[in-house]
Design a protein around this ligand. Structure first.
Ligand SMILES: [Zn+2]
Length: 257
């Protein structure tokens, strides 16, 4: 699942391709917006917030979310698409390029003034200009009994972390992912680490995981075999869509709480 750094870099690519350009074609391949036509509109801005992407014209904001499989590609006009046409959900074309969103998890056209409704509930964006560590801490501390592994995934606390980086951040801070938030030693340092890890992934890719996806391989710090387990909770108010996903850790560097 794409995380904040992927969305951030996608926004950069779309910005380069579209900003200041007039749309010569828009093709929404989702029933609800099939009749929306943005021809003649100029793209003002492309922005990301956490895992959410916004392409703004002076009139509307096109909100997309990659969810599990989504990806944006930019092609020169006439260039053959590198993914199946049937998976295209949205095409935004200019005189020079076609930006195509494939397998997007969400496509929504909003009035510019309504855009905030998508992100109002989210925590501070780890890759945004307004990153606010104090607010992220405040949100995390609201549920001190919740495991840090789940709290990091909840976009209402910090926006941008997915399954890969939550494992990495816990490893770097030597915190077992099942540790309750209230018992984490130096929570502010963990929040700062989150900001650093995402920033590094976004600005200096490629980035190699130390524990994620490395079950039974040696811990880069102590050589112990990396373990993985599912971390879930039966909280109906939980907004995590894929609760039961593997988290990776070193059983020696990150002792159980
Ligand atoms: Zn270790």
């Amino acid at each position: 699942m794409p995380e904040g750094d992927t969305v951030f870099r996608t926004a950069e690519r779309l910005r380069t391709a579209l900003v200041g350009k007039t749309l010569t074609r828009s093709d929404f391949r989702v029933p609800r917006y099939a009749t929306v036509d943005l021809v003649g509109e100029v793209v003002d801005e492309v922005a990301s917030y956490g895992k959410h992407l916004f392409v703004r014209t002076d009139r509307v904001s096109i909100h997309t979310h990659l969810k599990m499989e989504g990806v944006w590609r930019v092609f020169h006009c006439g260039q053959r698409w590198t993914k199946p046409r049937v998976t295209a959900r949205l095409v935004l074309a200019t005189d020079e390029v076609e930006a195509v969103g494939f397998s997007l998890g969400k496509v929504q056209v909003l009035a510019r003034a309504e855009e905030h409704t998508v992100i109002d509930h989210l925590g501070p964006d780890l890759l945004g200009p307004g990153w606010d560590a104090t607010e992220a801490l405040r949100r995390l501390r609201e549920y001190p009994r919740r495991s840090i592994g789940l709290a990091l995934l909840d976009q209402r606390n910090l926006a941008g972390i997915g399954n890969i980086y939550r494992s990495e951040i816990c490893f770097l801070r030597r915190v077992h992912p099942a540790t309750p938030v209230g018992d984490v030693t130096d929570l502010p340092a963990l929040v700062d680490e989150s900001h650093r890890v995402l920033g590094q992934a976004a600005h200096r890719p490629p980035w190699r995981p130390m524990v994620y996806g490395r079950t039974r391989r040696p811990c880069p710090r102590c050589g112990t075999a990396i373990a993985s387990r599912l971390l879930g909770e039966d909280d109906p108010a939980d907004h995590i869509t894929q609760r039961e996903r593997g988290i990776f850790f070193c059983p020696r560097c990150q002792p159980p709480p």
